[in-house]
Design a protein. Structure first.
Ligand code: NDP
Ligand code: MG
Length: 331
């Protein structure tokens, strides 16, 4: 089991008198910048001139400057722009302005782990990855609470990288909830695995396969939609709040018996073999290479696959049914 760091274990002192540059002011960027500032630290936001975020960050009371200038005047640089944008922004606006002993920080390990960003030997490299979207990171902080974070040190040049990482996690409210140490490799590989086999890929593929089965068997698509997609939220909310056993306490015995006897037949040895294969593609860098190359050629496969799913019957039926549910957010 991992060691968990909380508020009492961590001091903000290593960050006092230092300046933190937050590069990007989107989901994570706005939350980190505002929380660190409210923790009494010196924060600047680095953005490209003319972008949408500049005005927003200024309106929120933050000091905003161009990325290169923010990097030049700071001791810690947290990169919070989309992962696919980071390598070229790093090469052009960050790397040339780094000084000896500066700390480079990330909220996800992909670019460092797969060598798309290779920081020089004379900087600290660490990660603070909140386990929630930026909106929650900000909201919890304002309420005096926090979102759990992962922290990792990839390179400890100054001998203080881990203390700086923990202090940063405290500054955004993470230690109020609890902070767990990991590595860039573990965070990156488990993050990709999770989104591929469960969170995004696994769940959507299972929803579509189950829906298609019912529709092909002659059942009405509307009824199939409710069973295979709509009701998922109720079950996931229960699992999220009470674990698998807690969810099972809330469903009927018939549902529970079907769960424990049929579930393992759906996720059978063949599926488990595929899970291992997908993990291996992540560990060997095969997935990363595929995705990096796909981006370099303008994402043709990615676009085609997304487009095909947008035309799926489940989306058509879903739009119609969701319009009948007044509590749904408008698309
Ligand atoms: P966003 O997509 O919200 O970032 C948008 C920001 O990046 C905007 O301020 C935008 O500026 C700026 N930006 C985009 N492209 C460029 C560019 N080419 N040059 C300069 N600025 C640019 O990012 P997230 O907050 O979602 O993700 C940031 C990092 O955090 C990623 O590494 C991600 O993996 C990680 N992370 C994200 C989580 C999340 O919930 N979203 C959770 C945990 C980690 P402008 O408006 O001017 O275009
Ligand atoms: Mg992810």
């Amino acid at each position: 089991m991992a060691r968990i760091y909380s508020d009492k274990d961590v001091s903000l002192d290593v960050l006092r008198g230092k300046r933190i540059a937050i590069i990007g002011y989107g989901s994570q960027g706005h939350a980190h910048a505002l929380n660190l500032k409210d923790s009494g630290l010196d924060v600047v936001v680095g953005l490209k001139k003319g972008g949408k975020s500049w005005e927003k960050a200024e309106k929120d009371g933050l000091k905003v400057m161009e990325i290169s200038e923010a990097v030049r005047s700071s001791d810690v640089v947290m990169i919070l722009i989309p992962d696919t944008e980071q390598p070229k922004v790093y090469r052009e606006f960050i790397e040339p302005y780094l000084k000896d002993g500066i700390a480079l920080a990330f909220a996800h390990g992909f670019n460092v782990h797969y060598g798309q960003i290779v920081p020089p030997d004379w900087v600290d490299v660490f990660m603070v990855a909140p386990k929630g979207p930026g909106s929650l990171v900000r909201r919890m902080y304002v309420e005096g609470k926090g979102v759990p974070c992962l922290v990792a040190v990839e390179r400890d040049y100054t001998g203080r990288a881990f203390d700086i990482a923990l202090a940063y996690a405290k500054g955004i409210g993470g230690t109020r909830a609890g902070v767990i140490e990991t590595t860039f490799a573990e965070e990156t590989e488990t993050d990709l695995f999770g989104e591929q086999v469960i969170l995004c890929g696994g769940v959507t593929a299972l929803i579509k396969a189950a829906f298609e089965t019912l529709v092909e068997a002659g059942y009405q698509p509307e009824v199939a939609y409710f069973e295979c997609l709509h009701e998922l939220k109720l079950i996931v909310d229960l699992i999220y709040e009470q674990g698998i056993s807690g969810m099972r306490r809330c469903v009927s015995d018939t549902a529970k018996y079907g769960d424990v006897t049929r579930g393992p037949r759906v996720i059978d040895d063949h599926v488990r073999e595929t899970l291992w294969k997908i993990l291996e593609e992540i560990q060997t860098g095969e997935f990363a290479r595929e995705w990096i190359l796909e981006n370099m050629v303008g994402r043709p496969v990615f676009r085609a696959l997304l487009r095909a799913d947008e035309d799926h019957l489940i989306e058509e039926v879903g739009r119609e049914l969701r319009a009948m549910m007044p509590w749904m957010k408008r698309e």
